[in-house]
Each structure stands twice: as structure tokens, then as C-alpha cells.
Design a protein. Sequence first.
Length: 390
Amino acid sequence: MQSMLFHYIIFHYTLIKEKVDIIICGGGCSSMLLLFNLQRYPTFESLKIVVIEKELQHQQKTWCFWHKGNHPLQHLITSSWQNIHFATANFNTTQAIDPYTYSSIKGEDFYHYFLNEFIPQFSNITIIRDEVLSIEKTTTHLSKVICKNHDYISSTVYSSIIEKEFHEAPIFLWQHFKGWHIKTAENIFDQNTMTIMDFSNCLPNSFDFVYILPYSNNEALIEVTAFSTEIWNDSVYFKQLNQYISNKLNGAKYQIESMEEGKIPMAYYNHTALGKAGEILIGSAAGKIKASSGYGFEKMQIDAERLASNYFANKSSKNLGPKRFKFYDKLLLKIILENPAEAVSIFGKLFKKTPIPMILKFLYEETTLYEEASIFKKLPAIPFLKQIFK
């Protein structure tokens, strides 16, 4: 796939000196979703679009999300589940999640589609392999993107570049994970049920859990995920994986088909809709990764739909969502950071007393104040009050 992609980029590498209609800084997930939604409008092919991307390779990962009905990228979904399992050392539950479906898209399939099938359809899209150094506002209606090799000018700039200040946020930790795609000798998985969080193998004073996506009765992605300020050594992940398989999967015999790893920044940060030069921020740069859970794919897709609509309607793109959800994220992140064991207990009570479909709705920030009050009154108040009055 890399050689095909390299050939495609070299073929489309041109010296763009004239003004273009749209510049997209970054060629990651949020940028591809934006292109996908822009192309749904009839006049799309009349636009000159430049995507500036420094790296050729993308991290192997799996995006997971929940949705109602068919998804706009349904053709890329590899697996879906109608049930979700949650567990702690003392409690477990498995629930149907109607009206939602939990689905996954493999990163390899996602980028192969966009870079080798979707983008080659459109001669108006040019991918430039370059590094964005800065973005400047040149006039009221024009911005200049300064790169290592060339400068580009446009009236509309979207950027997924995260500001340096983000990593200096007052509350900052990583959601980091490592897992194996395993194949077992016997059928041990329920392929209709994914495990969103299993804290039963959690380390002392740690917020870590096992996450399982069963692709069949004897194949699954099984990952250890942790929230902490430091990334673990490989040996810690592997010890947790082996222990979980031994204790929870009855020591099933298995072979490792492939490995997956990654890290997602989790921070309380004052995200803005626009960058310092007026560029429209997308993806992580716009705060579309849920700070307290790490989920972001569907939020980015919904945001891309909005941005595309606003572009062709010539509307402002300022929309950061209700501020109260950032406050909720702040409180939970502080508890995870300062008292991981208490955070595990809070999640246990949340899943024990609140139906999982309502939790999913809350995580997508679609709940009403009344629904949120109903959720919070079932949780211990003291940990949250401590954080509020600190």
C-alpha cells in the first residue's frame, strides 16, 4: 500500500503558486472525513483543494464508535456489535444497546480507501508532502500557509495541527493502549458482544482495563488500555494481557495474528473553533476527541458534515458544543489523575445504575440537563465536590 501511495503523491506533486479554494493542513482522519463530506455537494469538483501532509505512513489502529442506522462510511465498517459488556472485580453486565450499533473501522482500510480509491477520483484534490511551519492571515479574506518547501494561499484553511500549548494543559494525561489480534484454538468469544471496559484485571491504584472486539467466535482484538501521565513499558501491557487471558479466558490457547498500539492525549484545554490566524480547526485540534473517554471518530464525522454544510452555505464555523460537558470532563480527568482507584469505582457505579445506551448518549454529549442530573444523582457526590471546591 505504501508504494501505491508514494506513487500517487509523486504523481500529484505540483508547484502550486496560485491561490487555491481550500487548504487542509494535515492528512489524518479528520481531514479525510472533511473531504468525504465536502464531495457530497454538487459544486465540489469546481474547487481547487490542497492537502498538506508531512508523513506518508499512518499508525495502525482501529477506530470504534456507535451510531444509529447505516453509517455514511458503512462500506468501511469491518465489524459491528449489538451488545456491550462491562465488568469490574465485583460487578459485570451485558446489555443490548439499541438504538445504537457499536462498529469498528480498521485504520489500514480507512487510509487505503481514501488515498487509493477516493482521492484519485478527483483531479481537483492535490496531496502535497510537506511540513506546515506556520499559518498567517495576509488580508481579511486570505490566509497564507507557510511550509518548508512552498507557501500556499487560500480564503479557507482547515487545520488539524495541535497547538504546542495543548501539551502544557493544567490537566493532561495519556490514554495509551497495546493489544493483540489473537486467534484461539476453540470458540470462546461471543461475536455479538464487545467488551468496552473490564476492570477486573486492573493494577493497584491504576485506571486500566481490558477492551475486546470479537471478530468471530475464535478471533478478537484484545487490548489493555490505561489512563496515566506516563506511557507503560511493553512488558507491563504484555503481563496484563497474559494474565487476563489466563484468568478470564480460562487460559485459552491462542496465536497472535497482529499487534496494535497507540496513545491519545486526554486534556482539559480551552479549545477554540478558530486558530490564531483564523484557520478553522478540525479533529483533535478542535477538541473533537472526548477528553474523558478518548472517543472521537463519530464526533469528527458529525463535525465534518457541519463544516461542509457551512462552507457551501458560506456560514461561520464556530461551534464548540455545550460548555457543561467540558466541565464534566475536567472533574473526571482530575479524579482519574489524583485517585485512579476511586475513578474505577465511579465507572462501576455508573454502569451498574445507568443503562448503557444512556451512557453512550451522554458520551456523545447529546443528553439533556434532566438526563444528566438523573445520571449524576446515582454517583457518589463527594469525589466530584472535592474537585469542584479545590
